[in-house]
Every structure is written in C-alpha cells, then in structure tokens.
Ligand binder design. Structure first.
Ligand SMILES: Nc1nc2c(ncn2[C@@H]2O[C@H](COP(=O)(O)OP(=O)(O)OP(=O)(O)O)[C@@H](O)[C@H]2O)c(=O)[nH]1
Ligand SMILES: [Mg+2]
Length: 232
C-alpha cells in the first residue's frame, strides 16, 4: 500500500518523489498544529502505525466530521481544500503542488465557533495513490468527489474509479458531493451533466448524494461546499 505524504518542502516535486526516496515508505517529518505531513523513508511498522491511528485511535477521539476530498489528478482538490480551510478560519496555502499521498488537516471552525471537530483528508489523484481512497472512504462522514468539469476525456475514468471504490467500502450513510470544479472556464459542464454521464445516481444510490458547481481557483460558490462540509 502506498502511504507517502508530502511536506511543504516535499511539495517541490510534482508527480514523483525525489531520488533515493521509496514511494512505498513513509516517515513522519513534520507535525503542525492543524496539519500532519509525512514523507521520506520508513518502515513497514510506520505504515501500520499510520493505519492504526486512522482506524483505531481516531475513533476514540471521534471527530464529528471526516471529510474526504478525492478525484483525478489536476481536478483541483488541493485548491478546493485550501479554500475550505480559508472559509473556516484556518491558515491556508497559496502555493499548491500536486499531492503526493495525502494531506490531513484537523481543526475547529473558527468562523462559526461551534464545537465540532473536522478532519479533512486531501488525497492525491494520481493513479498510484487512488488505492488510498477506499482506505479512507469507509470511515468518512462526507466524501467530496472533485471533477474537472472541462476534462471530458477522463469523465469515464473517474466514473470507473468511483465505481471500484464504492464496491470496496463499508457503507455508513456517507454524504457524497459531486463537485463540478473549474466552472470559471468556458468549456465547463455542470454537475447534473456529469452525474448523468457517469450514472452516479445509480452507482451511488445507497448514499446521500448531491451536486454543485464551483471554481476553487476563483473562490466562486465555495460557500455551498462549506455548507456541505458542515452538514450533519
Ligand atoms: N481554471 C481553474 N483552474 C483550477 C481550479 N481549481 C484548480 N485549478 C488548477 O488546476 C490545477 C490543479 O490543481 P490542484 O488543486 O493541485 O489539483 P489536485 O486535484 O489537488 O491534483 P493532485 O494533487 O495532483 O491530485 C492547478 O493549476 C490549479 O490552479 C478552478 O476552479 N479553475
Ligand atoms: Mg492535490
């Protein structure tokens, strides 16, 4: 299993880790107040610890909402994640690189000042990281499927990936948002067209599913996405 998570520094590389670092290994290199980052070389034990932290320890600390952001590479997941953080009063990055593995953020909403705890998982969309989606999806309360609404050539790739993931996860009444991102671009299609083309109504029929359009880059219609994140 790949569990390779980039740090701000490691984010300098786009699709592959630097020479000498095995992508199948993992090392804790940094931990900030709201963000855990991993990268580099590690042991099998470290990977087991990471999975245990997610599957065993975290439920004891029970964050109220676990939000998974998935989608193909370049769909805009990290750009969106940073927008969500920004809209919820968290520090956010302005320089965004392709995600290696995943990035995790844990925080409370500083704008609404409610007591809810949020755990946000921004997963890499490259093929080698997609097997991670199912690992995190079973325990998620909310899943945001970010789709580049101009990437018509790969619409069936995301459909197939979602279909594969759904067959492997434990259903726990997750809420699912199909997000047609990049609505600022002239050739963008809307979420309903994507849902129809992918037959998501059928594929995701066991879940509470909704669709939205947005532009993470332009910060357009992000409020509705944040409302989805906050929905219980
Ligand atoms: N025009 C436009 N570009 C966007 C939008 N959102 C993201 N982008 C651009 O799309 C590219 C990819 O954005 P990322 O946020 O890194 O995409 P990602 O899905 O996280 O990609 P991976 O981490 O590789 O899986 C960047 O050049 C972004 O600036 C949007 O709403 N509109
Ligand atoms: Mg990313």
């Amino acid at each position: 299993m790949l569990l390779f998570v980039r740090t701000a520094e490691a984010g300098k590389y786009k699709q592959s880790p630097p020479d000498g670092i095995e992508p199948s290994t993992l090392r804790l290199t940094a931990a900030r107040s709201n963000q855990l980052s991993y990268g580099g070389t590690s042991t099998f034990l470290s990977i087991i610890v990471q999975i245990a932290q997610y599957n065993l320890i975290s439920p004891l600390q029970i964050p109220e909402s676990r939000i998974l952001v998935i989608g193909l590479d370049d769909a805009g997941k990290t750009t969106l994640t940073q927008r969500i953080l920004q809209h919820m009063g968290q520090p956010s990055k302005t320089t965004i690189m392709s995600t290696v593995g995943l990035e995790t953020y844990e925080f409370k909403d500083k704008i609404a000042k409610d007591k809810s705890t949020y755990k946000l998982f921004d997963l890499g969309g490259s093929g080698r990281f997609r097997s991670l989606w199912e690992v995190y999806a079973s325990d998620a309360t909310h899943i945001i499927i970010v789709i580049d609404s101009t990437d018509k050539g790969r619409i069936f790739v995301i459909r197939d990936e979602i279909q594969t993931m759904i067959t492997k996860i434990k259903r726990a009444n997750q809420k699912i948002l199909v997000l047609a991102n990049k609505s600022d671009l002239p050739n963008a299609v809307t979420h309903d067209k994507i849902v129809n083309a992918c037959k998501f109504d059928g594929v995701l029929r066991e879940f509470q599913i909704r669709g939205l359009n947005c532009s993470a880059l332009q910060d357009t219609d992000i409020e509705a996405v944040v409302d989805f994140v906050k929905s219980k």
